[in-house]
Design a protein around this ligand. Structure first.
Ligand code: VGL
Ligand code: ZN
Length: 203
């Protein structure tokens, strides 16, 4: 057995975040091969899937006069508005067709409540916990390794929450790609470093 007590958390490797998708992350497809290889070293793999209803309030289309990538004040804080993406049951919400991790144990969907976004796999934007922290503790996981899309949003928020909950966290930079708007990537790295998250390379 390899990597005892360790989970690989694979964030949002979905069509809409890859080439031709509604919210394509630059070079997003490049994470698929490295993640497939890396996952073979883990007994426990958790996948997340961004999974929004068509009227999700993170969509700029739901706010007349607003455009994607603007920030607006929601009751739980500042929310970036996005193009419609990862709509439940649509092709854009499917995993990348070349993602191949048949032994993944859990697929955690997030952002499924119309009024609340959820970058983190551990808690929604309003603080509602998803249960992932308890799931990992029940399985005696102590180490969380993070990969996927996008580095500066869902990967970073999950890594930060994992560190906050006491897990030892690493982000594999070369198995992530960023959206990088308004300095979001630099800001994410700063927050992660401050939390003691290790930024590493697969090599
Ligand atoms: C994400 C923006 C909106 C992500 C999800 O997976 O990083 N970013 N929804
Ligand atoms: Zn989303």
């Amino acid at each position: 057995m390899e990597n005892i007590g360790r989970v690989l958390l694979v964030t949002d490797v979905q069509r809409d975040f890859c080439k031709g998708g509604a919210l394509a992350v630059p070079d997003g497809d490049a994470v698929v091969g490295p993640i497939n290889r890396l996952a073979q070293n883990y007994d426990l793999v958790v996948l997340t899937q961004d999974w929004h209803p068509p009227n999700h309030q993170s969509f700029a289309s739901q706010h007349p006069g607003r455009v994607p990538f603007e920030e607006v004040d929601f009751r739980y804080g500042l929310q970036t508005l996005w193009p419609d993406h990862c709509v439940q049951g649509t092709p854009g919400a499917e995993f990348h067709p070349n993602l191949s991790i048949p032994h993944a144990a859990l697929i955690l969907r997030k952002g499924f409540r119309a009024g609340v976004d959820s970058y983190s796999a551990f808690a929604e934007a309003d603080g509602t916990v998803t249960g992932l922290g308890a799931y990992l503790r029940d399985r005696e996981v102590r180490f969380v390794d993070c990969v996927g899309l996008a580095t500066d949003f869902c990967v970073a928020w999950s890594a930060e929450d994992a560190a906050r909950q006491g897990f030892r966290v690493r982000v594999f930079q070369d198995a992530c790609r960023a959206i990088d708007i308004n300095g979001s990537l630099a800001a994410a790295w700063a927050r992660l470093s401050a939390r003691g998250v290790a930024l590493v390379k697969m090599g």
